[in-house]
Design a binder for this molecule. Structure first.
Ligand code: SF4
Length: 395
């Protein structure tokens, strides 16, 4: 697939956190804040190197820019400004480009948020996780729900009218009425978007270690499924429309996350920063994970020595063949409630979905996990709960 025909997204990874949460397995580090200025220079350098290595860079439209982490809101505003300036210099951003930043409630105030908005950041994603103090403690979060309320109001005052709140469920010892309370408190804050993630006990995480050692009970998957069902009901009652397995957007506007839609539709995105992953022109690639190594690699390079879209920080680069691209397109596209439209699959790959997946779809439909119709293939209600069983068919 020639994916330069499509708008492209940009992911910028900021791998710093003031304290690591007990469930986290992202590429992020505690106690490395002193690297932030040098890291920002490296990021700006990487943007320059990659953009200078192709003459087409200024041509393709940029759908979204996403500051993820880590905790991007740990960066002082002048460093965010510096990064955005280099992104704008290198790429073709326009008035519709969605620019998101992830923020933790303990790291931002009204002045910071106002300055972010003035820099053109037009979407904020706040890591709330829970409205229950005990759960926030269990997760090693640094903030209280009171901090969340303050930050949401400050964001609104700063003119953010596209706000996401991240919540997490399926925690050890979590009771369903606590989850309902969290959901009600979250919708009362009137965000435009909600992301609800089921807890995964990641290998190596302190939370998993506590469960393994019997200090905490194993979360019950049936209870997590009930929490998911109850979330669907509460959010639908409050005007949220589910558009992806874990994501809801308010019906009052166009609030589905453009950046994540790019991933779910398996469309191209460029990656910058330590451990960042990209997908472009049939290649998946990722950068070295260590922030120090990343900084060092960016110091070593000679200008114009790279092949677009790779910078010298790239540590993995894998060509995806057509069959795997089809599998990935289905695996990610089925996460969307709209599913995978038959015509877009055929347009992209030159064959019908049935031609490639007839037997698989027959099996999944018999198990009640997918509901193929004339125009598209999508997960059934049960399939949404058992998504991993469906996705494993395409690995
Ligand atoms: S704030 Fe986010 S990235 Fe940082 S440790 Fe917690 S969950 Fe991980």
């Amino acid at each position: 697939m020639k994916n330069t025909n499509h708008p492209v997204s940009i992911y910028l990874h900021i791998p710093f956190c003031s304290k690591l949460c007990s469930y986290c397995d992202f590429n992020t580090y505690e106690g490395l804040d002193k690297l932030i200025p040098e890291y920002t220079n490296a990021l700006v350098r990487e943007i320059e190197i990659v953009s200078e290595s192709s003459k087409d860079v200024g041509v393709f439209p940029i759908r979204s820019v996403y500051f993820g982490g880590g905790t991007p809101s740990l960066l002082p505003i002048h460093l965010i400004q510096k990064i955005l300036k280099s992104v704008r210099r290198a790429f073709n951003l326009n008035i519709n480009t969605e620019i998101t930043i992830e923020a933790n409630p303990d790291t931002v105030d009204r002045n910071y948020l106002t300055a972010l908005h003035e820099q053109g950041v037009n979407r904020i994603s706040i890591g709330v996780q829970s409205a229950q103090s005990e759960e926030l403690r269990l997760l090693d979060r640094m903030h209280s729900f009171k901090d969340v309320v303050k930050v949401v109001h400050a964001s609104r005052t700063a003119a953010f009218n596209n706000m996401n709140l991240d919540l997490i469920y399926g925690l050890p010892k979590q009771r369903i009425h606590h989850w309902e309370d969290t959901l009600h408190k979250a919708v009362e804050l009137q965000p435009q978007h909600l992301s609800l993630y089921a807890l995964t006990l990641e290998h190596g995480s302190p939370l998993r270690a506590q469960v393994t050692r019997g200090l905490l009970p194993t979360p019950e998957s049936d209870l997590a499924a009930d929490m998911y069902e109850c979330a669907s009901k509460i959010l639908s009652k409050h005007g949220f429309i589910q558009y992806e397995i874990s994501n809801w957007a308010h019906k009052s506007g166009e609030f589905a996350c453009q950046h994540n839609l790019q991933y779910w539709k398996n469309l191209p995105y460029l990656a910058f920063g330590a451990g960042a992953h990209g997908w472009f022109n049939g290649c998946r690639y990722s950068n070295t994970r260590s922030p120090q190594l990343y900084i060092d690699r960016m110091k070593l390079i000679k200008p114009k020595s790279s092949t677009f879209p790779f910078s010298p920080a790239v540590s993995m680069n894998r060509k995806i063949d057509r069959k795997n691209e089809m599998n990935e397109t289905l695996m990610m596209g089925l996460r969307l409630l709209e599913g995978v439209p038959r015509h877009s699959f055929q347009e992209r790959f030159g064959v019908t979905i049935e031609h490639e997946y007839f037997a698989t779809f027959e099996r999944l439909a018999t198990q009640g996990l997918i509901t193929p119709d004339r125009d598209r293939v999508r997960l059934s209600k049960v399939g949404r709960l058992l998504g991993n069983r469906v996705f494993s068919e395409f690995v």
